[in-house]
Ligand binder design. Structure first.
Ligand code: DX5
Ligand code: ZN
Length: 216
């Protein structure tokens, strides 16, 4: 399967989101990654439902929504209505993760689970076959533009093995510090989806940054 690039809007110019979404819409990236932060689960606040609703009509690209919020269960229907296609919750934020996953799927979306850098992939063993995506955080969530944590390569390798053993089809997504310097190695390690914020919207030419990541 060809890999998927998911530019993250977090590093875009928030005063001109329309242009940023259009840029992704006209690019080869099939997904748009949207980081929702509540100031509780992570030490930052980004954007939420009204912004996602406002940009939804601008593109048909897959909305890959990464919820960095506590108690995400109460908002599953609202994110579906706002236009989410893939909805990812954090392992560390869900006491009843199995229930959260089933609720996302019952609402008609693909279900993702994100794990922080300190969380072992093995903790997903009992839900891996049920989910559509694992988001391996390669930085501590909360901010764009942070340095990639090298240990991520080993986590991807372990996750690939676990995926085979559990009969899972989950895509492996890498989020944080991804750019032209590590994209190739991450894909070789087994990544299916690369999230890229700063390396796209912080680049002089974001459109060609997406093209470069699409053909690393
Ligand atoms: C971090 C977010 C990321 C962020 C990645 O908490 O989950 O999606 O936008 O940004 P970069 O690619 O700049 O590390
Ligand atoms: Zn993210």
């Amino acid at each position: 399967m060809a890999h998927i690039i998911a530019p993250s809007l977090l590093s875009a110019d928030f005063a001109d989101l329309k242009s940023a979404v259009r840029l992704v819409d006209e690019s080869p990236a099939p997904w748009l990654h949207l980081d929702v932060m509540d100031g509780v689960f992570v030490p930052n606040i980004s954007f939420g439902l009204p912004v996602i609703k406002a940009i939804r009509p601008l593109t048909k690209k897959v909305f890959d929504i990464h919820l960095m919020i506590v108690r995400p269960d109460q908002f599953i229907g609202a994110f579906r209505d706002a236009g989410a296609n893939v909805l990812t919750v954090h392992y560390e934020a869900c006491t009843h993760l199995h229930r959260s996953i089933q609720a996302i799927k019952a609402a008609g979306m693909k279900a993702g689970v994100a794990i922080n850098p300190h969380t072992s992939v093995h903790l997903l063993e009992d839900v891996l076959a049920d989910i559509d995506l694992v988001c391996v955080m390669s930085v501590n969530p909360g901010f764009g533009g942070q340095a990639f944590i090298e240990r991520t390569y080993e986590k991807v390798a372990a996750l690939k093995t676990l995926r085979v053993r559990t009969g899972s089809q989950a895509l492996i997504e890498i989020d944080g510090g991804v750019g032209s310097g590590n994209a190739k190695q991450l894909l070789a390690a087994g990544a299916d989806v690369l999230v890229a914020g700063n390396s796209v919207f912080g680049a002089g030419d974001p459109a060609s940054a997406i093209v470069d990541l699409s053909t690393p």
